[in-house]
Design a protein around this ligand. Structure first.
Ligand code: MGP
Length: 272
């Protein structure tokens, strides 16, 4: 394999006319997706809509850093894709070990390369394979000390056609398919899901009597996606200081408790 050229199915497009029609709308967002795009970022065509934009990935990494127990030293990125989240975890400097799992070898090659562009590839353990197999066989022993982060496929960009996104029929993995095996590894699980996700379905997996934070990650005043934080995450979000941060990728908080959606009414989106 030639490591100087993108592997099969991966590209570094340099102008709009090279970009396939279906994903052209994402071309304008390339520097939000990877600020170092021009330094030679590689992506598959699917990565253009699946990757977490860099400011959002950084904010999520920051939130996990703040809220996870200090005993947790390992983070497992189950669907590494083009590497956006793993790179953000590595940049945070919070973790002793970062495992990034990706089953497509070419996509994994993109992720490693992109992490090299950001100078953090050697801080990440790259694992090729199915995350459910890997969690069961290779990561079982590190499980209890770890946090799992997962940004799974949502069945393509058509996810937004339904007003409320059904997590039970999400393809190829439903919410149940994700949470049940992951909770055998660790109870601390962060899932990156559609902004329209059915909050009642999310609430079914909230541990009894515990509030489970849901945070919307916004850019230009609109939610890009949400994260649900199952497990032991302690948020003392200081709304005032967030408003003063002047960064985007900020959030709108909800918490859910035993099926009840309690929107705290705080909406902290900021524009670029
Ligand atoms: P989007 O709604 O397709 O794009 O994705 P955009 O530009 O916000 O659309 P618009 O309607 O607001 O103009 C929004 C975000 O969701 C993307 O930036 C990705 O981070 C995330 N995302 C989208 N899809 C289809 C997936 C997916 O299948 N899996 C994951 N993990 N994230 C996705």
């Amino acid at each position: 394999m030639n490591y100087d050229e993108p592997p099969s199915g991966c590209h570094h497009y340099t102008s709009l006319d090279e970009v396939p029609w279906e994903i052209q709308k994402y071309w304008q967002q390339r520097y939000n997706i990877f600020s170092k795009y021009d330094e030679g970022i590689w992506m598959t065509d699917d990565a253009w809509f699946g990757v977490t934009p860099e400011p959002v990935a950084d904010k999520i990494a920051n939130h996990i850093t703040q809220s996870a127990s200090k005993d947790k030293k390992t983070i497992i990125d189950c669907f590494a894709g083009a590497g956006g989240n793993a790179i953000a975890f590595a940049k945070s400097g919070r973790w002793d070990r970062i495992f990034a799992i990706e089953k497509d070898p070419y996509v994994l090659q993109c992720a490693k390369h992109n992490a090299e562009v950001y100078g953090v590839s050697n801080k990440i353990w790259w694992i090729e394979g199915d995350c459910f197999d890997i969690m069961k066989k290779r990561l079982a022993t590190v499980g209890k000390d770890s946090v799992i982060f997962a940004s799974p496929p949502w069945g393509g960009p058509g996810y937004s056609s339904d007003a409320i996104f059904c997590l039970s029929t999400m393809q190829p993995y439903s919410l149940n398919d994700l949470v049940v095996p992951m909770s055998k590894v660790t109870m601390d699980i962060v899932l990156y899901l559609p902004r329209t996700s059915d909050v009642r379905q999310l609430a079914r997996y909230a541990p009894n009597g515990k509030k489970t934070p849901i945070i919307h990650y916004c850019m230009n005043g609109a939610s890009k996606a949400l994260c649900v934080y199952y497990g032991d995450f302690k948020f003392g979000i200081d709304h005032k200081s967030q408003e003063n941060e002047g960064s985007y990728g900020s959030n709108r908080n909800q918490s859910i408790e035993n099926g009840v959606n309690r929107n705290r009414g705080s909406f902290l989106c900021q524009s670029q």
